[in-house]
Write a protein that binds this ligand. Structure first.
Ligand SMILES: Cc1cc2nc3c(=O)[nH]c(=O)nc-3n(C[C@H](O)[C@H](O)[C@H](O)COP(=O)(O)O)c2cc1C
Length: 207
């Protein structure tokens, strides 16, 4: 084993999917917030949000949201909207890194499509769109951030990423989600094995 030492890593983002969170602006349009602090557990989706962003301001007014999961080929759209915030004026803790942008859709070349169960629009280009509603917002880190517990209401998936057997499962060979690791973007790497509960595609995939 290599030697280890105690370190102070400035970022502990080892790699999580990028999610584009859409929320409802005061004028009824939808804001898009790129995040990667997002994970699913049963019927819930948990989001980590900075307290100074438009996403949280919107959710405190209207709890509706969509978790839109982009493919790796949408990286340019994500990075185009990355230095922006829907907040106006830009809060002090986001200045000067971020500028205000009221229409992130045009900036990112993204298309809004109406949701079925929530007021926030979905991002048409994202192969997975999860309609959800915030049921609990918990202050963390002394109030600098919040953890949002969202109830999943409806999930949409592009036909092109689903298995042919109509089993309502994603075909992992057909989708390359976008991942964020230490402020860099990655596509999915090589397939290195299958969990014992994975539907069998190829017996050789067993570890
Ligand atoms: C790939 C990526 C991942 C990010 N992850 C998070 C995150 O998990 N939580 C968060 O609050 N902000 C995250 N950010 C920063 C927000 O996108 C940024 O604060 C943005 O201004 C939010 O937009 P809004 O103020 O319009 O909501 C991330 C940004 C990028 C580009």
């Amino acid at each position: 084993m290599p030697e280890t030492r105690s370190v102070h890593l400035p970022v502990l983002y080892f790699g999580t999917p990028v999610a584009l969170i859409t929320t409802v602006n005061p004028d009824g349009t939808s804001n898009i917030s790129p995040i990667s602090s997002a994970w699913s557990l049963g019927s819930r989706y948990m989001l980590g949000l900075g307290s100074g962003g438009q996403a949280l301001a919107n959710l405190r007014r209207v709890p509706d949201l969509v978790v839109n999961l982009p493919s790796s080929d949408l990286v340019s759209s994500v990075e185009a909207i990355a230095p922006t915030t829907g907040r106006f004026p830009v809060p002090a803790d986001k200045h000067p890194a971020y500028r205000h942008e009221a229409d992130k859709w045009t900036l990112g070349g993204l298309t809004p499509v109406a949701s079925e169960r929530v007021a926030a629009d979905r991002v048409d280009e994202c192969p997975v769109q999860i309609e959800a509603r915030a049921v609990q917002i918990i202050d963390i880190d002394g109030g600098d951030a919040v953890a949002v517990e969202a109830e999943v209401l409806q999930v949409h998936a592009h036909e092109t990423i689903l298995r042919d057997d109509h089993s309502d499962r994603v075909d992992t060979e057909r989708w390359r989600p976008l991942y964020y690791s230490f402020r860099h973007y990655f596509a999915q790497g090589a397939h290195v094995g299958a969990n014992f509960r994975a539907p069998l595609l190829d017996e050789d995939a067993r570890v």
